[in-house]
Structures are given as structure tokens and as C-alpha cells.
Design a protein around this ligand. Structure first.
Ligand code: SAH
Ligand code: SF4
Ligand code: F3S
Length: 441
């Protein structure tokens, strides 16, 4: 079958890094003259860009791949690939559970996908291709033109060099590699020509960014993006508390484009658990950091990631997380029940916390979160907020959504012609997850 008549459907699991990788991959495939389809049924090729961070994430992708391979059984020309983090973690071993796969491609080999598809089709290969992990990540793949977006995720790193005891990411995406400074700035400049006005700098430890050759660090990067005409808002995720310094805190004061919203994954409030996790900071140092941030930006929105039920977590340890939660008052948090990841240090721990206890701790944090997020969001009711309109809200006719500078989702009535522009919205209502209002004339 001629390679370029192929219709490719891509499904993405996991974090923003994966979702940006899928956008980049779509651009690479379009440039190589493949067709991208939104409807799985129309496709001859299905690619799953997978996540391994928790067991459930893998199970979802495995289930989907199993169903796609059943279809392959009936349609021999249909082809299926597993890309991304699960391909990185499991490699050829995936063939034991999914024997008829056509491609297994780790995140670092993303830019090779178009040529791997071409090879398989032109050679009519009937066996799987398992892509190797390249020594150096090809960051130029992120310089492809994407479809216009008001808000652009911009990867500044690949992989992670930290060794958190519970985490699989260093094994799925490899060690930390930093994107050249000039490549990042060039991509953002180019994106402004297509209407991008907000960028979210992405990396697993984004604030540890460094370009040794160009002698630039993360603060230099923020300062350089601040200078780019057309960019009105800058955000970044996810920073690591240990790599925060005074210069970065001060950026929230002197860089007016840097939004007053920070997603700071803290994981636990217990110093004993933080040590076992190898996070390198303490309950007290996190409180000090938040205090410093609030001193320069009193209303800054703080969100976090927390893990409950890490092996050996006692009621006292958990109480420390509750107390951190109460002391900080997060306006958003992602709470995860610990999921053992094979080959990580924590997976061999013996003092496993029962599921019921994890669930109970999860619920306790969720109810605290509900109260603190509503309290924060209500502070916007009765105010005018500048909103960058990102698209149509999923529910309701003529409903648009965007975000204010504090990263709060705002929903209101308006015409789709407004997508991509900044508008003032008067906030009438707050829930724990969003603000609702009306356009100001
Ligand atoms: N680089 C980021 C996190 C990336 S993974 C950081 O260091 O903060 C995203 C989130 O998944 C983590 O913040 C953590 O809360 C959660 N996570 C990672 N491994 C996990 C595991 N084994 N079980 C449950 N949650 C996990
Ligand atoms: Fe995982 Fe830790 Fe790296 Fe974050 S910093 S990706 S939690 S190893
Ligand atoms: Fe992201 Fe999941 Fe990989 S969280 S980095 S897609 S393991």
C-alpha cells in the first residue's frame, strides 16, 4: 500500500509533555505527507502515545492497544504502534503481551516515527520495529510549525536526571537533556507570527534548565522570553522546590509577563517520607519558599502534586501532609495514590499501605482541596479578569473558555471569532474548578 495515502490516528495519554510530543509528531507526519485523522475508524494506522507514571495509565493504553490489534486481526493492512513512555519503559517486552504490534518507539526517538512508518510500509514488514534510544535527543523536531495556538507548550528539556524513589520517568524518557537556548527562543519567536501569545515552558525539572554552551540558566530563559514581542504571558511547569532560588522568586516581581501562578509538586508534607522519596527538601523549606513567593506576589495561585500511601507512610506522616495543605491552602492539587513502578527503588519496599487507607487519605485531602479551591476562586467573584480565550468550552452552545493570569479557567458566552484574543470578563460565579462570567462590553 502506498505510504502516503495512509491515514494516521494518534491517541495521547499522560502529561503535557506527551501531548506536545503528539502535536510535534503530527506536524512531522504532515510534513512527510501522511494524513492525520481525528476519527479512529477512518484510520489505517493507530499510534498510541503512552504514559507509564502509574499502573492505571499503562493499563488504559494496553487495553486500547489490545482492541486495536483485534481490528488488525480482521484488517491485515491496519497497523498499530506504541509510542512514548510505556514504549520507553518496556521496549520489546511489550511484544509478549501485544504480539502483533508494528512499532515500539520511546519518546527520545519521536522524530524517527515518519521514517519508521515508511520503512514498514514500503518493505511490507510483518514484524515489529523496536526503535533504539538515540544518544542525543533531536530537539530540532520541536521547531516544526504546529497548527496556530494562542497557548503553546514549549519543551525546554527532555528526560529527568533526578532519582525520586517512586518515579519511572527517568527510565521512560532517559536522563535530563536540555534544549539549546537559541532553539527555544527561535521557536517562540516563530510561534508569535502564528498568533501565540502565551507560552508554557515545559520540563520535568524545568527550573534546573541550563544551556552550558550558551551559559544560560532558567532565569536567563525567562528574561529572554519576556523580551519577545507578541508574548504576553509566560508560565512554566513543573519546577522542583530544590531548584528554586532567590533570583527565580524575584522574577515573579520584575518580569511582568510571568503569570502569578505556580504548579509546584511537593509530593508529601512529612520530612521522613520526603527523605525516603529523595526529594531533597523539607516541609519547612517549602513553607519558606511559599512565604517568599507570597511576599512578592500576595495573590499567587499555588497548586501542587501530592502522593498518598507511599510505602510506610504512617498516620503521623500523613498528618504532616494535611498540615502542609492547611498551612499553604493550595487552590488546586493533583492527589495521587502511590502506585509501585517496577524497577524503582520504592517498588521493593515492604511496608505497603493498603488500598483502603490510600483511598481514605485521598478523600481527606480532596475535601480539604475542595474547600481551599472554592475559597480562592471566590476571591475573583465581582471582579473583572483579563482572559486569553483558548477555545470552545466542551459543554454548552456559544460557550467559550480561557484563563486569567492566575491560571483559573473562565467560562462565558461569546462568539468563536474571539478565540485567540484577550477580553475582559466580569466574574459572576466560582466553583472549585472554574470561574463563570460575562464579557465586559
Ligand atoms: N517532574 C515532576 C513530576 C512528574 S510526574 C516533579 O518532579 O514534580 C507527575 C506526578 O505524578 C508527580 O508529581 C507525582 O505526584 C506523580 N507520581 C509519579 N510517580 C508516581 C507513582 N509511582 N505513584 C503515584 N504517583 C506518582
Ligand atoms: Fe520523576 Fe522526580 Fe524526575 Fe519529577 S523530578 S520526573 S518526580 S524523578
Ligand atoms: Fe508524562 Fe507519563 Fe511520561 S506523566 S513523562 S507521559 S510517564
Amino acid at each position: 500500500m502506498a505510504p502516503f495515502s495512509q491515514k494516521i490516528w494518534i491517541k495521547t495519554y499522560g502529561c503535557q509533555m506527551n501531548s506536545r510530543d503528539s502535536d510535534t509528531l503530527k506536524a512531522l507526519l504532515i510534513q512527510a505527507r501522511y494524513l492525520i485523522v481525528e476519527n479512529e475508524k477512518e484510520a489505517n494506522i493507530a499510534l498510541l502515545n503512552t504514559c507509564s507514571v502509574r499502573d492505571l495509565a499503562e493499563l488504559k493504553a494496553l487495553g486500547k492497544a489490545g482492541r486495536l490489534l483485534k481490528r488488525k486481526g480482521k484488517e491485515p493492512n491496519f497497523r498499530v504502534g506504541i509510542l512514548g513512555c510505556m514504549a520507553g519503559r518496556r521496549g520489546a517486552e511489550l511484544l509478549k503481551v501485544l504480539p502483533n504490534l508494528d512499532w515500539i518507539v520511546p519518546p527520545q526517538a519521536l522524530s524517527r516515527v515518519p521514517s519508521l512508518i515508511y520503512e514498514t510500509l514500503t518493505q511490507n514488514k510483518q514484524t515489529a520495529t523496536v526503535a533504539d534510544v538515540p544518544q542525543a535527543f533531536d530537539f530540532t523536531c520541536y521547531e516544526q510549525k504546529l497548527s496556530p495556538k494562542p497557548v503553546l507548550f514549549v519543551p525546554v528539556q527532555q528526560g529527568c536526571g533526578m532519582n525520586c524513589s517512586y518515579c519511572i520517568v527517568p527510565k521512560t524518557r532517559g536522563h535530563q537533556q536540555n534544549r539549546p537556548f537559541a532553539s527555544i527562543v527561535a521557536e517562540i519567536r516563530q510561534a508569535t507570527q502564528q498568533g501565540t501569545c502565551e507560552v508554557i515552558l515545559l520540563g520535568q525539572i524545568v527550573n534546573a534548565y541550563i544551556d552550558k554552551d550558551a551559559k544560560k540558566n532558567f532565569v536567563d530563559l525567562l528574561e529572554a522570553v519576556q523580551e519577545i514581542d507578541g508574548i504576553e504571558r509566560i508560565r512554566f511547569m513543573s519546577p522542583h522546590p530544590s531548584f528554586f532560588n532567590d533570583a527565580l522568586v524575584a522574577c515573579f516581581e520584575h518580569l511582568h509577563k510571568l503569570c502569578p501562578a505556580l504548579h509546584l509538586p511537593i509530593q508529601s508534607g512529612s520530612n521522613r517520607i520526603l527523605k525516603l522519596m529523595r526529594r531533597g527538601y523539607t516541609h519547612e523549606s517549602v513553607l519558606k519558599l511559599i512565604k517568599a513567593l507570597r511576599a512578592v506576589e500576595p495573590k499567587i495561585s499555588i497548586s501542587t502534586d501530592l502522593i498518598v500511601g507511599y510505602p510506610s507512610e504512617t498516620e503521623e506522616d500523613f498528618e504532616q501532609t494535611v498540615s502542609l495543605f492547611e498551612e499553604i491552602g493550595f487552590d488546586m492539587a493533583y492527589i495521587f495514590k502511590y502506585s509501585p513502578r517496577p524497577t524503582t527503588e520504592a517498588a521493593s519496599a515492604e511496608e505497603i499501605i493498603p488500598e483502603a487507607v490510600k483511598e481514605e487519605r485521598n478523600q481527606r485531602l480532596l475535601s480539604l482541596l475542595n474547600a481551599s479551591s472554592i475559597a480562592y476562586n471566590e476571591t475573583f467573584v465581582g471582579t473583572k479578569q483579563e482572559v486569553l480565550i483558548e477555545g470552545l468550552a466542551p459543554h454548552g452552545e456559544n460557550k467559550l473558555f480561557g484563563r486569567n493570569r492566575y491560571n483559573k479557567k473562565v467560562i462565558f458566552n461569546g462568539s468563536s471569532a474571539l478565540i485567540g484574543s484577550f477580553k475582559e470578563v466580569f466574574i459572576e460565579k466560582a466553583t472549585s474548578s472554574a470561574l463563570e462570567g460575562r464579557l465586559v462590553d
